[in-house]
Write a protein that binds this ligand. Structure first.
Ligand code: FES
Ligand code: FES
Length: 154
């Protein structure tokens, strides 16, 4: 069964007919071609698919596209202000917070949420906030530094 959905994605209104079982992450990647949100698991545990939905970080693999009908979505592609990197993007770059980069969009979109609610988090609070995001490369140390860098800048 298909359903008609409409939402705002990265400031742009979009509307499509989708299968009712379509996950939000697949809608974003396959229909809208926003491939920055990654699929790293099939158990809702890795966080690579994290986006902002109505200002809250969500795992877009655990939400149906139909459930996002009427919402405002921001993906990693919509985070920066034109040519200027978001402080978190800059932090990951400056602090070497990534290696392969697969987890990075999810790490950043989750950290956006953290810094909005807690502009000066402690190292422990950063690690706690990113518990649902897995990185197989970095050992997390530089990811924490990247978030601290962004907190300073913001
Ligand atoms: S792909 Fe969504 S949590 Fe892993
Ligand atoms: S940088 Fe490779 S998984 Fe995190």
């Amino acid at each position: 069964m298909s359903v008609k959905i409409s939402m705002t994605v990265n400031g742009k209104s979009v509307s499509h007919d989708v299968e009712s079982r379509t996950l939000l992450v697949h809608y974003l990647r396959d229909t809208l071609r926003l491939t920055g949100s990654h699929v790293g698991c099939d158990t809702s545990s890795c966080g690579a698919c994290t986006v902002q939905m109505d200002g809250v970080a969500v795992k877009s693999c655990s939400i149906l596209a139909a459930q996002a009908d009427g919402s405002v979505i921001t993906t990693i592609e919509g985070l920066s202000d034109g040519e200027n990197l978001h402080p978190l993007q800059e932090g990951f770059k400056e602090c070497h917070g990534l290696q392969c980069g697969f987890c990075t969009p999810g790490m950043i979109m989750c950290s956006v949420d953290l810094l909005k609610n807690n502009p000066k988090p402690t190292e422990e609070e950063i690690r706690h906030a990113l518990e649902g995001n897995f990185c197989r490369c970095t050992g997390y140390h530089n990811i924490v530094r990247a978030v601290q860098y962004a907190a300073e800048k913001m």
